[in-house]
Design a protein around this ligand. Structure first.
Ligand code: FUL
Length: 528
């Protein structure tokens, strides 16, 4: 039983008539489909392929039980006696994280590296004194790293194969000159230190929280700046790209990747990797738009879903028993990576300077669970695929299950809807599906449906959320079905279709965990 999608068939017939009338031959197209703008850079594609990476929030707040330090914490509070960046790196690796971004400077202005430009940094803490005494004055690489937490993390990342990124808060509640032109120069001097000292960085984070009350060298007052102009962000972008051309710059509106509009770790199921770039600025208030992107956007700025493994970004002992469970984190994975975003999972390093065992236990169990749920693509061995349209041999349906990112199935020019039918050798249990568009050629799919063969009848598959965009990756969960065939129909797209992967999985013991209108998912409770 292999019905084809009537709309796709119609379009194909129209296309054939057009070719006959215009004297063109109806041949297989061997050349690749033309890209459809906006397009990602190769660095944006590589960044999206990382899928999951970690955040580390650490600083005086950790010792003062604060989330937003006022900028007045005494330097002697900072003494993580067991600090071990290799423990972080090992833990993050085991939790499936492919990189880590550290709060080199948070809003309190304290620097985790010994900055030339301020005394308000690790250099003047008890930790530094004991660290450097232990390390000795050996010079060389060890000498460069000693007493430098950003440096120690960079070395640990290198050792354990993680990419590294930095968070440099534009807002600084410590410096007396915050709000004046001098602070902007200070900000750039620090940015240059970070861009030049620690090797290759995959991401640079500029937070949207900017200006307000603070210590400001003892003034203890309110200071407002114009978020759109004060920092001259285009200058920051130039500086980053000069030293770190591959780095993805995060902010509310990119340019590398965008905030997803909530701090809860998920994107909406409809999620375009585009923004109308001139409409979005630091502190952009239309959170809802960031969660879905702009369908008519002119620039590629994919979404990053940030969330902490605990309620707070920084460590609080009172939250030791409020660490997100492996089940919760798994749910977030499907709503972030599976909704065309990346997952940036925060680990609040504790007062010893370590990732707390409750956090590492749950994070590692989360990773193992994802690996188990999506272990075996049942379409790769046990199924045949037929497509209502295929561009040419170079773009055959084989590409969908060959595990090669750069091969893809494509349709002819003019064909923007098509049906893929996967037929199993025998009835098979399935409860997860994965779809991927070949994003180097753009994000195209606007709507699709999924059906399964129930006896002799095609039934719609209830995946509990709208089936609209796909993008880099779309993951679908549903109650376990036993079926002989699955049919994916792309019903609307911005151009010919280019899909590089389709997967069907059976997550044993993990029934679909939700069935809700995700548009209402905690929307009322957005932080910020
Ligand atoms: C926010 C900050 O204000 C929080 O403290 C945290 O760093 C989070 C990741 O971004 O905007």
């Amino acid at each position: 039983m292999n019905k084809t999608n009537p709309t796709a068939t119609c379009k194909r017939l129209l296309y054939i008539s057009f070719c006959l009338l215009s004297g063109l031959s109806v041949s297989a197209q061997d050349e690749a489909p033309a890209p459809i703008a906006p397009l990602p850079t190769k660095h944006q594609v590589a960044w999206q392929q990382m899928e999951t990476y970690a955040f580390i929030h650490f600083g005086p707040n950790t010792f003062q039980d604060r989330e937003w330090g006022y900028g007045d914490a005494p330097l002697d509070c900072f003494n993580p006696t067991k600090l071990d960046c290799e423990q972080w790196a090992r833990t993050l690796k085991a939790a499936g994280m492919n990189g880590v971004i550290i709060t080199a400077k948070h809003h309190d202005g304290f620097c985790l590296w010994p900055s030339k430009y301020t005394d308000y940094c690790v250099r003047n803490t008890p930790w530094y004194a004991s660290r450097t005494a232990r390390a000795g004055a050996s010079g060389g690489e060890e000498g460069m790293m000693k007493g430098d937490i950003v440096g120690e993390l960079a070395a640990a990342c290198k050792k354990y194969g993680l990419k590294m990124g930095v968070y440099l808060s534009p807002w600084d509640r410590h410096q007396a000159f915050y709000g004046t032109p001098l602070y902007v120069e200070y900000f750039y001097a620090q940015l240059e230190e970070l861009m030049t000292r620690y090797g290759e960085l995959f991401e640079v984070w500029f937070d949207g929280a900017n200006g307000g009350d603070g210590y400001y060298g003892g003034a203890r007052e309110q200071r407002e700046i114009d978020r759109r102009t004060y920092y001259d962000f285009p200058r920051a972008h130039r500086m980053v790209f000069k030293h770190q051309p591959q780095a993805i710059i995060f902010s509310d509106g990119g340019p590398g990747c965008r905030w997803v509009g909530n701090e809860k770790g998920y994107a909406f199921p409809t999620n375009w990797s585009f923004l109308r770039i001139n409409d979005v600025y630091p502190g952009y208030a239309h959170f809802e738009e960031l969660q879905s992107g702009h369908a008519d956007g002119d620039t590629w700025v994919a979404s990053e879903c940030d969330v902490s493994i605990r309620p707070g970004w920084f460590y609080h002992e009172s939250e030791d028993d409020r660490v997100k469970t492996p089940e919760y984190l798994t749910d977030l994975y499907y709503r972030s990576v599976g909704h065309n975003g990346t997952l940036l999972l925060n680990f609040p390093v504790d007062r010893d300077g370590l990732i707390h065992p409750n956090d590492s236990m749950n994070a590692v169990a989360f990773h193992q669970r994802i690996q188990a749920e999506l272990k075996e693509n049942l379409l790769a061995k046990g199924a045949t695929v037929s497509a209502s349209d295929t561009r040419g041999n170079a773009f055959s349906t084989k590409a969908l299950t060959d595990d090669n990112y750069d091969t893809y199935w494509a349709t002819h020019d003019g064909i923007t809807s098509a049906t893929l039918t996967f037929t199993f050798k025998r009835a098979t249990l399935v409860n997860r599906l994965a779809l991927q568009e070949y994003i180097p050629l753009g994000q195209r799919v606007k709507a699709f449906t999924v059906e399964y063969l129930d006896g002799k009848q095609w039934q719609p598959l209830d995946v509990g959320e709208e089936t609209t965009t796909i993008g880099y990756k779309r993951l679908l969960r549903f109650h376990t079905i036993s079926t002989k065939a699955i049919r994916v129909s792309i019903t609307e797209a911005r151009g010919p279709l280019c899909l590089n992967a389709v997967g069907a999985y059976y997550a044993a013991g993990a029934e679909a965990t939700y069935k809700a209108d995700t548009r209402n998912y905690d929307q009322q409770k957005l932080l910020r």
